[in-house]
Design a protein around this ligand. Structure first.
Ligand code: NDP
Length: 293
């Protein structure tokens, strides 16, 4: 067909999943990996193997990089060098916002356009409708590459002109996921003291969490976070602090760790101390928006 040729550099679990999705969609796909042997299964499925970065760069108008971190991605861009002139690099490797901004200039130095992106799902969802990708930076570069990127399946979101936005959202959402996972682990440990198995607890907990109770609460916080007004008429930080005290005490008396709830207790206490005890739970953002000492 007329699908765009693509090169994938980096064939760890995620890079290999990306290359497989491009192959499955029918894009002529070239692969490169520092450890060349990882290209073999993809070559067996029809990929072309670039053994040098020059070859990798020259093989396609689009080079998708998916490696451990920015220094590794940088080594690939520098290794391909002027082979990238007139082409586009889409970097889907983890990095920091500053590194994402730096990469634009690095690629431009070799005459290449650059788009930063992040992958928001595990490898098994790549190539399915449930895949989620974030991008940020040059909108024209995104628009030009979207057709090729759609071979990876799912939802592609452009977040804005600052190249650092995609990785900023990525790390923020990982923090959200870990905070939720920590709460879930603590809750499982707590009901486990009454011999409840995770299999018994999960349906009760997860049905309650999404979508019936917790997600609507998070939606309802949005306005307060943007206005900086935290009406406490339906519940205050002080009330939550009392409830967190019960969670700490119950964890202690049931003989499990208080690590997770004491952290929550500490956040609530700091918010009361900052003068927001009569505000609602969203007022904790006042503490979180300031740097830690
Ligand atoms: P890794 O993060 O372990 O990346 C492995 C790849 O990086 C390999 O191809 C490896 O090459 C390459 N690499 C490491 N250092 C260098 C270097 N200095 N020069 C060239 N290549 C290098 O595994 P994943 O594939 O899982 O992750 C890739 C990216 O995708 C990461 O940024 C990760 O955060 C992101 N991601 C992964 C998800 C997942 O579920 N796996 C989910 C969402 C995002 P070699 O084989 O030679 O060692």
């Amino acid at each position: 067909g007329d699908l765009a040729p693509v090169t994938v550099a980096g064939l760890g679990p995620m890079g290999a999943a990306l290359a497989e999705a491009f192959l499955a969609a029918g894009n002529p796909t070239t692969v490169w990996n520092r450890t060349a042997a990882k290209a073999e299964p993809l070559v067996a499925r029809g990929a072309r193997h670039a053994t040098t970065l020059t070859e990798a760069g020259e093989a396609s108008p689009l080079l998708v990089i998916c490696v451990t971190d920015y220094p590794s991605a940088k080594a690939i861009i520098e290794g391909a060098g002027s082979a990238l002139a007139g082409r586009t690099v889409v970097n889907l490797s983890s990095s920091t916002p500053d590194e994402a901004r730096e990469a634009v200039g690095l690629a431009a130095g070799f005459g290449a356009a650059y788009l930063d992106g992040t992958i928001m799902v595990p490898t098994n969802l790549i190539g399915t409708e449930h895949a989620v990708f974030f991008y940020s930076g040059s909108r024209p570069v995104y628009d030009a590459q979207l057709a090729a990127l759609k071979s990876l399946g799912g939802d592609h979101k452009f977040l804005g002109a600052d190249p650092g936005l995609a990785v900023l959202y990525n790390t923020a959402l990982l923090g959200l996921m870990w905070a939720m996972a920590n709460g879930y682990l603590h809750a499982a440990a707590l009901v486990g003291t009454a011999k409840a198995t995770a299999a018994e607890f999960a349906p009760v907990a997860l049905d309650w969490l999404v979508p019936s109770v917790v997600t609507p609460i998070l939606h309802s916080m949005t306005k307060d976070l943007d206005t900086g007004v935290y009406p406490g008429d339906a519940g205050t930080v002080q009330m939550n602090l009392n409830a967190a005290d019960h969670l700490v005490e119950t964890s202690r008396s049931q003989g499990i760790s208080t690590l997770v709830p004491s952290f929550l207790r500490q956040m609530l206490a700091a918010t009361v101390e900052a003068g927001h005890g009569e505000g609602n739970y969203s007022a904790m953002i006042e503490v979180l928006r300031k740097p830690s000492d």
